[in-house]
Structure formats: C-alpha cells, structure tokens
Design a protein around this ligand. Structure first.
Ligand code: DAH
Length: 345
C-alpha cells in the first residue's frame, strides 16, 4: 500500500510539473485528489489494515495529498505568472511609432459668418431667437404687413405646402413670433439666423435655399439714429474699421421708412472697381423702422414703442469677406472649398 502511494505521488508530481496550462493542471488535481481518484481509492482500502497500521497509513496519505497539493499550488502560481507575461508580451506597444494623422474639420464659411455676427450682437446685449422653417402664411407675410394679394409678395417667390403653409421666404417671421411672446412689453433685442427658401432657379447669385440673419430691437424711443449707429458698428467689426456705411431709401412692407445699407468697397477703397461695379459701394442689407402695423399686430402699442429691424444674407457677407464668387459653392460640398478655411480654432 505504501508502495502504491509513493508511486501515485511520483506520478502526480511528474504530471503537475509537465502541465503546460491551468486547465491541464486542474485536470491533474481532479484526477489525483478528486473523490474518484486513486488516492481516495487507497483510503477506502484502509479498512483492511490492522489498528496500528491504520493511523500510520492515514498520516502517509495526508502527507502525500499535501505534497501533491503544494506542488499544484506552486505550479499554478508559475503558470499564472507565465500567462500574464505572455499577455503583456503580446500587447507591447511601440510608442516610438508615428501616429496616424487625425483629420481636422473646418467650419463652413457660412457657419463662421453666422457665428461671428451672433457673437457681435450678443456682445451688444441681443439674444438669439429661432423660428420654424415651415411657416404659416400669417407669420411669413400677413403679420409683416403683407396681406394676401399684396403686390410685394411677388418679391419673394414661395414654396407653398398648402394654402396656409409654406417654406419661409425670409427670417422676418421670427420678428412677429418673438414680439407676440413679449406680450406688448419691451425691450426686445434679438438676432435670428436661419435657413430660408425661395422658388428661384439656381445660378451664381441665386439659390432656392439660403441663409439670413434678422435683427430686431423694440423699446421706447428707438430712433433711426440707433439703427444707423448699430449698423455702423456691425459694418466696421465685420469688414474692417476703415469701412464707411451709407443708407439708401428703399421699400419693405414691414418697415417705414425703409433703407438699404451699403458699405464702402474694400477692394478699391471707394474709387470704383469690378466688385462694386464701379460705384465704390457694396449693398449689404435691408433695414428700417418697424412699421406701426407690424407692432400693433404683434401686440405692441406703436404710440409707446418704436423699433428697428434689419435682414442680411450671410452668403453675400461670406462672398465679400472670403472672395467666394458663386453662391452654389456653399452648397455643393466640395471639400476643397472647406479646406481653404482650415483655421484651427
Ligand atoms: N426680409 C427681407 C428680405 O428677405 C430683408 C429685410 C429687410 C429684413 C428689411 C428686415 C428689414 O428686417 O427691416 O428681403
């Protein structure tokens, strides 16, 4: 019996030592120390031994079991360590390898202009307001003093969805919507950027979808001089301190009086060139004093409140600022255009 135990011990230890994985090691444990293993078998046969031999043999069995267990444990630690080492070796990172360059995107020129204009007006106390692109006939036209059948509606060919719904032709409806929200109480100082739509055939200067930025100020005692001062600051900040502005009389149904603002030509400095078509001036935006009908329809008392409004096209501003010649370039997603605006802000 003793002999058999010694053999088993040696056999088990040899198998432990040659085990090359944790799984194999566990198999050895189960095979030799498990309930169905040969050592348990030996224990079962102890009933046949004499009373003196039994404790001796019992002690020997325990000794053998402990020896095998200790060997397994040592081997297990070694195998685990080996597994970690192999994993680490497999995951070695060569930190000296040059990285793959990350492509950095640029802001679209229109986004840049819109954000620049927003920042400028926010710095003067304006808030940014937005409105829906699918608009009602009421807000797009009627609330702006353009009743049904008004000839000035022809200035803005529209995409109608139903009799009463259309894609907004300008950002001016946001004026009426915002004023209504103020429930007849000033001040209102907003800037509203957004997309607008017109039934135009696309060419170098027309697009069926483009961008506008609307401005509106309503308060007591707002005068034309406030409008002029504001536009002057805007022109100089956007186009350079040496720019002059000029206001020309114009017509918009929602303002009275109405003006168009020109800036002195940046290219020729006012002496006349191709860009300004020889006039020395470049048209930038439409503006005026908010028409009393518009104030009244939106719930403001025109005897108490006055205001000014303006509307501009970022496409045109970006064209002048960056020398973009064809409006379609903004929308054709030619990556080469965007790459030219690679300023990493
Ligand atoms: N909504 C006008 C257009 O799309 C632009 C405009 C002109 C807006 C004068 C205004 C304004 O707020 O006062 O042609």
């Amino acid at each position: 019996m003793e002999q058999r135990l010694k053999e088993l011990e040696q056999e088990a230890i040899q198998k432990v030592q040659t085990a090359s994985s944790l799984k194999e090691l566990n198999d050895v444990r189960v095979a030799y120390l498990g309930k169905k293993g040969p050592i348990t078998e030996v224990l079962r046969g102890m009933g046949k031994l004499s009373a003196e031999e039994r404790p001796k043999m019992g002690a020997l069995v325990n000794e053998v079991r402990e020896h095998i267990s200790a060997e397994i444990e040592t081997k297990q630690v070694a195998l685990e360590e080996q597994a970690i080492q192999e994993k680490l070796a497999g995951e070695t990172i060569d930190v000296t390898l040059p990285g793959r360059p990350v492509k950095v995107g640029n802001h679209h020129p229109l986004t840049r202009v819109v954000e620049e204009v927003e920042d400028l007006f926010i710095s003067m106390g304006y808030e940014v307001a937005e409105g829906p692109e699918v608009e009602t006939d009421y807000y797009n036209f009627e609330a702006l003093n353009l009743p049904k059948g008004h000839p000035a509606r022809d200035m803005q060919d529209s995409f109608y969805i139903t009799e009463e719904m259309l894609l907004r032709t300008h950002t001016s409806p946001v004026q009426a919507r915002t004023m209504e929200k103020h429930k007849g109480k000033g001040p209102v100082k907003i800037i509203c950027p957004g997309k607008v739509y017109r039934r135009d055939s696309d060419d170098a200067t027309h697009s069926h979808q483009f961008t506008q930025i609307e401005g509106l100020v309503i308060d007591r005692n707002i005068q034309m001089s406030d409008l002029k001062g504001t536009l002057n600051v805007f022109a100089k900040k956007m186009f350079g301190e040496e720019r002059e502005i000029r206001l020309r009389p114009s017509f918009f149904p929602f303002t009275e009086p109405s003006v168009e603002m020109d800036i002195s030509c940046k290219i020729c400095g006012g002496s006349g060139c191709n860009v300004c078509k020889g006039t020395g001036w470049i048209e930038i935006l439409g503006a005026g004093m908010v028409h009393p009908n518009v104030l009244e329809m939106a719930g403001f008392d025109p005897n108490e409140y006055t205001g000014f409004a303006f509307g501009m096209g970022p496409e045109r501003i970006a064209m002048l600022k960056y020398g973009i010649e064809d409006i379609r370039q903004y929308y054709t997603n030619d990556i080469r255009l965007l790459r030219q605006f690679a300023v990493h802000e």
